[in-house]
Design a protein around this ligand. Structure first.
Ligand SMILES: [Zn+2]
Length: 209
């Protein structure tokens, strides 16, 4: 995996790691970090600060190692949970700043509310690392397009999409916006499934039929 190119905040990474550790326990975490070649984090986990100190390659390795240890289903459950926790943490900081907390936002018609939410999340991501995100509408669907995905950075030839952390992050956002029962999120394009991953992953937000 290409190292030293893109980084994300310590804080984001730590919240994600904490959510996983809550489930797999101390021994599980030790095994995970050893297997992922991240033993430095055993005594020095990323601190709760906003420094962009975590290499995308390390974060991606963490996610890939979860699949080695727990299988695709286990990895999916753990990283979705971590993604949901990441949103809960992000909205605390992000909500007031980007106008998501007020009555005006809650009064918007649902499609506009989702669009505003996704665009705010995209801007928020860009404050916490080299993750560039754009949002577009295709018919009734919204595409949340991550141009440099840290979840699967450097992975390739994987048989299935792996960035469930972002799926969980977006699902929690929809729940927060009170449309969680009506919309679904699918990773419709994952860079990790390509022969030569270009780092771009796309997530489709659509109404549940
Ligand atoms: Zn992906």
């Amino acid at each position: 995996m290409e190292r030293g190119k893109f980084f994300q905040s310590n804080h984001r990474t730590r919240i994600y790691l904490d959510a996983i550790a809550e489930v797999i326990g101390h021994h599980g975490l030790l095994a995970l970090l050893r297997l992922a070649d991240l033993t430095y984090w055993i005594d020095h986990p990323p601190p709760y600060d906003e420094v962009w100190g975590v290499d995308f390659a390390d974060f991606s390795q963490l996610n890939a190692t979860l699949e080695m240890m727990y299988g695709p289903r286990g990895q999916r459950a753990l990283t979705m949970r971590a993604g949901r926790a990441s949103f809960d943490e992000a909205i605390e900081q992000l909500g007031p700043k980007v106008g998501l907390a007020g009555a005006t936002f809650q009064a918007l018609p649902v499609p506009l509310r989702i669009k505003a939410l996704l665009e705010a999340l995209a801007r928020g991501m860009e404050q916490h690392g080299h993750t560039a995100v754009t949002v577009r509408k295709e018919g009734a669907q919204f595409i949340y397009s991550v141009h440099t995905c840290s979840m699967c950075w450097g992975q390739h030839d994987v048989e299935h999409p792996v960035c469930h952390g972002t799926v969980g992050f977006l699902l929690q956002a929809l729940t927060w916006a009170e449309v969680g029962d009506d919309f679904q999120v699918e990773e419709s394009r994952c860079s990790a499934t390509q022969a030569a991953g270009d780092g771009r992953c796309e997530f489709t937000v659509s109404a549940i039929a």
